[in-house]
Design a protein around this ligand. Sequence first.
Ligand code: ADP
Length: 523
Amino acid sequence: MRQRITTRVLVVSGVLVVMFAPIFSLLVYASVEQRHSERQAFRSQEAIAVGNRLEKLVIDLETGVRGFVASGGRDTFLAPWTAARREYPGQAALLGRLVADDTGGRRLAASIKAAIDDYVSLYSLPMISLARDRPDVARSVIVNGTGRDRVASIRALFGDLFARERAVLQRRADRAEARSRTAVALGIGGLAAAVLAIAVLGLYLGRSVVRPIKRVASGAERVASGDLTARVPDDRQDELGDLGRAFNAMAASLEQSREEIDRRTRELERSNRELAQYAVVTSHDLKEPLQTIAVFAQLLERRSRGRLDATADQYLDAIQAGTEHMRTLVRDLLEYSRVGQGEMLRERVDAEAMVGQVMSNLDAAIAERDAEVTHDPIPDLEGDANRLCQVLQNLVSNALKFTDGRSPRVHVSSQPHGGGLVRVSVRDNGVGIDPEQAQRIFEPFARVGERRDGTGIGLAICQKIVERHGGSIWVESEPGAGSTFSFTVPAADGPDRPSAPAPDLAPAAVARDFLRRNGLAGG
Ligand code: ADP
């Protein structure tokens, strides 16, 4: 049966309420009872105090009558009697109210009141009249002790009342004590039960809610760290079951996607390899027939020169030019394939020597175009010396080639690029490139602008070499304002290595230096 977590939480809360409601009700009941017993005990104490006061008034009555009689009827001696007579009915009524809830006590209080009333009306008032008229008779009555007996019997009643009230007080105090003990026991028991219940329910919720959530969390961590086979239990019929199922579905779909990506990558790699292989084989196979065409075209031209008409000579020239262009294309294509496939060395490259080598290789072109090529000191690089030399040469060669008629001014500079790379830039004052074409020129066989004499594969080869070194290549240019080609490659000594001092830049000397350093100098 599907039992949702909300339901479970509600059930747990219900159980807590059902457990705690009676405990707290009992607690409240016990403390109310205790207060009630305390109040009753206090009433008994009050009753005893009022009884004492009343007993003292009785003594005052007696003292007043006796003094009056003994003094021969002097009114000043009657003052205690007068005051006590005024006060006792109030106190007697109060006593009656305080013991009202105890039948025996109530009866005793009533007897006391009646006895005092009797004493006042049947004994003291007649005695006072008698003392006024016949003091000596009155004195003999006093000596008789009738009044004292009456008072003694009243006090005996008080004795009974006090004994009774003390017993009641004791009972009530005991009861209050017992109730208080019950309340404390209930409080402690309730607290213990609460702690136990909370611990048990917490354990239950921990097992049924927190643990499955932790399992999903650790599954998520495994997925995040790349283990897409991670799955979590999903057989529960609640929200956590939903979560587990959603998680497993997500992991399964991720796993499927990755398998698909892996499969496609393998496919692409395979087809890439086949294509590259095909390009190499095709270019290689094309070389021979092209060579044959070129040789035979040359032979034909030599043999037939002056014997054929001018148009035939033109055709022969066209065949030779086309063949030459085709050979260049095939060579470049082979080179492009090799750069993508062959090994790329990781060695220290003396960049200054490399620049010197490039200048030396392009010596003729520089002289022919009356160009000026300058450069800043460039720090040593890390990579394949010959390939990096090829990149720089291609960029400088293009800078010399794509001019607007002015003498080319080319400058090679470098600066740290961050991430352990150095940026090498080649700036020229040539025709520049339309920004919209700027990205296209790095594609194989892409030629833009008016000059279309090359094969358009030089920059594609540069890009491949640079990318295989972990760098990138780009151009910043404006038509008519020259271009700056930049590429990044790893620095030999970390990102912030200061530029090396410029060596002797005389092309021949630098070339010798480069050949010597790279072990290419013959003898
Ligand atoms: P190619 O091998 O034919 O020289 P590249 O791949 O080196 O071809 O260059 C591709 C195209 O990029 C060139 O045809 C030219 O239009 C443009 N280009 C390259 N370098 C420059 C430059 N320095 N100034 C202007 N255009 C350039």
